[in-house]
Design a protein around this ligand. Structure first.
Ligand SMILES: Nc1ncnc2c1ncn2[C@@H]1O[C@H](COP(=O)(O)OP(=O)(O)OP(=O)(O)O)[C@@H](O)[C@H]1O
Length: 287
């Protein structure tokens, strides 16, 4: 499959974001451009502090008050997200773009039942009833591999393990059937074995279901296994983009080559695990 022939679901051009603190200004994201093709998965990779999270937070309108995007565009299905007012942003985020963050317990409200959190997200975007939201919650909690979805729906976040909580966050991100899911280091806070299950799940319910996935990671193994193409960042800039099976075999940039050299010792199996155009078809996973 040739990515260039597909219309991107997200097209970022010249994105430039600065942080200003105590009158000091630093450029965190500098002239960043990349595409997320429809139905495909793209990884953003680079060392800590290179601007990965700031890139996706800029695109999603989730910067804190110190951050400001000063140039560029982020066209999502034809709409430049960077030109939206906050209310219009909220319309698209949640409904057409799902977001999965690093820390599931930070994303879930500790004092609301899980079913109520589904209801709040769904009712913010469309007419629904508590019963319909509950049924949607149970359906999705089952789809993300939770074995007792009714009990989870009626419970609270503190009753969940980290992996279960991230499954709930993924289910909530999917509840309005978005076309794009953005995941920012979605497994950093989880145990190693649960990390694989969550990544397999994301690949299955996002790219496996025809949606697009943009995933931020510092782990080249994640890119090799779950992404079709990769954006390599260094000091706020994109230093290389391309299909995973090309970048991981013959990187053009010294930064991509360095990342590759660092994981060579872990016997990265590029062949057979790097995705083609559509993404790897993963196994489902229980907890
Ligand atoms: N809220 C903020 N206020 C000020 N500076 C920030 C803020 N968030 C990020 N930065 C700065 O922007 C730069 C990019 O940070 P960012 O978190 O995007 O990097 P990252 O590649 O996602 O790193 P990591 O992998 O460690 O999460 C860094 O220099 C960081 O210190």
């Amino acid at each position: 499959m040739t990515h260039e022939l597909q219309t991107p679901v997200l097209s970022v051009r010249g994105l430039t974001t600065v942080f200003e603190r105590h009158r000091e200004r630093s450029v965190a994201v500098d002239d960043v451009s990349f595409d997320v093709p429809a139905g495909s998965s793209v990884g953003i990779i680079g060392e800590s502090g290179c601007g990965k999270s700031t890139t996706v937070r800029s695109v999603l309108g989730l910067l804190d008050q110190n951050g400001r995007t000063v140039a560029g565009s982020a066209r999502f299905q034809g709409t430049d997200l960077l030109k939206l007012r906050p209310r219009q942003y909220r319309e698209i985020r949640g409904r057409r773009i799902g977001f999965v963050s690093q820390n599931p317990f930070g994303a879930l409200n500790p004092v609301l039942r899980i079913e109520k959190q589904f209801h709040n997200v769904i009712s913010a975007h469309r007419k629904t009833t508590k019963k319909a939201s509950y049924e949607r919650a149970v359906e999705l909690l089952e789809a993300v591999g939770l074995s007792d979805p009714e009990r989870v729906a009626r419970g609270y976040a503190h009753q969940l393990s980290g992996g279960m909580a991230q499954r709930v966050v993924i289910a909530i991100a999917l509840c309005l059937d978005p076309d794009l899911v953005v995941a920012d280091e979605p497994t950093t806070a989880l145990d190693a074995t649960v990390q694989v299950q969550i990544l397999d799940l994301l690949a299955k319910v996002v790219t496996g279901a025809g949606r697009s996935l943009l995933i931020v990671t510092h782990d080249l193994g994640v890119v090799a296994q779950y992404c079709a193409s990769v954006v390599v960042m260094h000091h706020g800039r994109v230093v290389e983009t391309g299909p995973v099976d090309r970048v991981l075999v013959t990187p053009d940039s010294p930064h991509a080559a360095n990342l590759l050299a660092a994981v060579k010792s872990t016997a990265l199996q590029v062949e057979g695990s790097a995705l083609g155009g559509e993404g790897r078809e993963p196994e489902g996973g229980g907890e």
